[in-house]
Structures are given as C-alpha cells and as structure tokens.
Design a protein. Structure first.
Length: 430
C-alpha cells in the first residue's frame, strides 16, 4: 500500500477520519500480516518505551496470557466469554483482524470505537515519530491503554507471534496458557518443534501457573523445565479431559457451543483447565457461567471465521486454519461432511509450508486457486502449479471473489464449498 502522504509532523495537526487513520497506520508502520519477516522486531525495546510513556497501563487490570501455534484465538474468545458471563468487564486483545482493525481490541464483545483509534494515533504522533514502532507494537500499546482507560476488570491477551519476544509479553498474568505447538513461522521461531516450544514457553513467568493444552513427547520437557525453573505449577489439559466426537461435532456431557469445528474438542479442555487457576486467584466463576460462556462464545465475543457456515444450499463453510496442523483438522472434518462434490477455494501466503499442506488436502475435490490481496500472498498460478504436483486439480483465479463466484456457479445444491488456506482468504469472503 502506498503512503497516503501524511507525515509524522503533520499527522497531529490534520484531522483524519477512521479509514484515513488506518491507511496511515498500514503505510507508515511495518505490519507483519502484510509484509512478513521484515516487520518482525526480535526484541521488546520499542514495547518497553511505549509502556513507559503510557505509564504501564497493563498494571491497572488483571490479565490472562494465551500463546500457541493454533487455537489461541478460539481459547482466548472462550475465556473472555466465560468472564463476561461471570459479570466481569472483560477486555480481549487478539490478532489478526478479518474485516475491521477494531476486532483486535474489544470490551465485553464491543469493538473499540473508531474515534478512540483516531485520537490515539493523532495525539501520540510525536511518540511514534521518535520510537518508530511496528504496527503490532503500536496496536498492543493502544489495547493496553484502552483497557486501562475503560477500567476493565480483566483482559484476555493473545500472543501475536511466538511468546518470548512478543510485544504482549510485558504483562504479569493470573495464568499463562499455551494451546499447542506446530510448525509455523519457522524462519522466526525455529525449524524444530523444540525450538518453537521454547519461544512459546517464554510467556511462563515465576510463580504464575501455566496450562498447556495437549501433551506431546517431542516438546513436553521444554514446558516442564521452564515451569520448574520458574517454580510454578504446570498442568496439561489433555491429562484431565477427554471428549467424544460424531458426525454432529464434538461433545462433552451436556455441553454445547456455537463453535462447530471438531478441533474445538482440543481447545475446550484447555479452557476448562484454566478455570480453577482463575478461581484460585480469586475470580468468582460458577459452573453454570463456565457452561454458558462456551455455549454463547460467538454471541458474547463476536468471534467468526471458525468453521463458519456461510450458506446451506450448497453448504458453504469457511475457516481460518492455515498451517499443517490446522488444515489436518479441517480435512478430517470434511471427511465427515455429506456432499456430492467438494469445491475447495484456496489461497495461501508464501511463507507457509505450502507443499506439506497441499499433500494432505483431499484429491477428489475441485480446486479454485486464488491470491488474497496482501503482498505476502502466493500468486495463484504458482499455487496452482504446486497443487498439481501434489495431485490436486483445478483452475486459478486472480482474486478470492472470482474464485468463490466460480465455485458458486459450478456447485449444485447437493455439493459443498469450503473456503480457506489463509486467514486473508476468509477475510475477503465473509
């Protein structure tokens, strides 16, 4: 995106509307979601400068810290939903956004106001000129200040990338939660699960209980050693909870949810294991409020893009799963769906392990390869070529909209359309 021509010096003097403010943010500050590795800051220097400037706003409210390769968004939203059900004024910080930047910063499911975003950027232009933070660093600072200004009781804070050097890792939470570990962002976090786990384990702090979603002998010892060093209790949710699944989804005893992805069977135990930690920290959350928080997570928090139904004829589903583990779960659920023919709209970003992902996708589907409108996206022709080498057949299209429309035209009412491969593909369809 080209610069809108607004410099730091005149920013604070010029009145901008919300869209102009976002254009400035995206153009002036490196944004990982768009630019990739070049926007990643491998230290907390800028974050600490911003935190000092704003007088440590995160110290004015309680927090829960959530890291992991996959599922941290779902887990964060479910935790926030439960806290809302318990009557707490609850902040929620997540990333990336799908449609509106303000999805990243919510209180009780309501997005931060457009005016707050405008004022934050304009009033602190001198600071941004001096520090030159990344997009993510500035957004974290905005979230923490907004939560403090709004006097939230507690905030659920999702890690952006990794953990140890993530801008969110200046908080001292009531609980640290790590959902799972998989191969993603290897250029930044390491090319083995052990190295990736070490980066995620960076959110574990002395005396702060930690909950790990699932056991895996490949890297369990990383978390156990870090917890031992920090002299803090550690629990693995998968040790204490089991689920059953069938064609209608996952099931706990008498527990339902607005989230229908089968992979939630791994996420909900992580949430349930965290509740006693919060109760021991003094929060009052009843069993009924826990249940209601899971049942009403979409209603309470506005979460979308997780096995979301867009249409019933033909059945049209989208999901933000975008790496090998996430799409493995998706392909398993697709096998349980009933349809005559599967139409698969897919686009991906270039820095993912695309070859591995393509080899696990269903070979009997018709594919519609496309390029989401971000610089990191893989060109649709290149994606189609890689897919053909993996035995997948289909045509390529210059935009997500064109691919989706082609799938809709080709699909009968008895067919199924699935849309995914990248968060950004889903964002353009919803």
């Amino acid at each position: 995106m080209k610069s809108p021509g607004i410099t730091f010096e005149i920013l604070k003097k010029q009145i901008m509307n919300y869209q102009e403010t976002l254009n400035w943010l995206f153009a002036q500050l490196p944004m990982y979601q768009r630019e990739g590795q070049a926007a990643y800051k491998a230290n907390l220097d800028n974050t600490l400068q911003l935190d000092e400037y704003f007088r440590h706003p995160h110290k004015n409210f309680k927090t829960i810290h959530v890291a992991g390769t996959n599922a941290k968004g779902s887990v964060s939203h479910m935790l926030a939903s439960k806290l809302q059900q318990a009557g707490y004024k609850t902040g929620l910080y997540t990333s990336p956004h799908l449609k509106d930047f303000r999805e990243r910063i919510k209180i009780n499911g309501e997005m931060v106001s457009e005016q707050y975003v405008i004022d934050f950027v304009r009033h602190h232009a001198d600071l941004f000129s001096r520090v030159k933070p990344s997009f993510f660093e500035m957004t974290v600072a905005m979230a923490f200040k907004y939560f403090a200004d709004s006097q939230v009781d507690i905030a659920v804070i999702e890690v952006g990338l990794g953990g140890r050097l993530d801008s969110t890792n200046i908080i001292t939470p009531l609980a640290s939660v790590i959902t799972n570990i998989s191969f993603d962002h290897m250029a930044l976090l390491g090319n083995t699960l052990e190295k990736i786990a070490s980066e995620k384990a960076g959110i574990i702090k002395p005396g702060i209980p930690v909950v790990i979603g699932t056991r895996d002998k490949t890297y369990d010892f990383v978390f156990e050693q870090k917890a031992q060093t920090c002299e803090t209790p550690i629990e693995f949710a998968s040790d204490n909870w089991t689920t059953t699944i069938n064609i209608d989804g996952w099931h706990f005893d008498h527990l339902t949810s607005e989230l229908k992805g089968l992979y939630q069977r791994k996420n909900i135990p992580t949430v349930l294991e965290t509740i006693p930690v919060l109760q021991q920290a003094g929060l009052k959350i009843s069993d009924q409020q826990v249940r209601q928080g899971i049942e009403r997570v979409v209603t309470n928090t506005g979460l979308f893009g997780r096995w979301q139904t867009l249409s019933n004829q033909p059945l049209t589903i989208c999901d933000t799963g975008h790496n090998i583990d996430g799409l493995t779960e998706i392909t398993q659920q697709l096998k349980q769906c009933r349809y005559r023919k599967l139409h698969f709209v897919i686009g991906m970003v270039s820095d993912k392990d695309i070859d591995s992902v393509l080899h696990i996708l269903p070979q009997d589907a018709v594919y519609y390869f496309c390029k989401p409108s971000i610089p990191r996206a893989m060109p649709e022709q290149q994606l189609a070529q890689k897919a053909r080498q993996a035995g997948l057949q289909g045509e390529y299209y210059p935009t997500v909209a064109a691919a989706y429309e082609a799938a809709r035209q080709a699909a009968s009412s008895e067919d199924m359309i699935y849309i995914g491969g990248s968060t950004f593909v889903v964002a353009e369809v919803i």
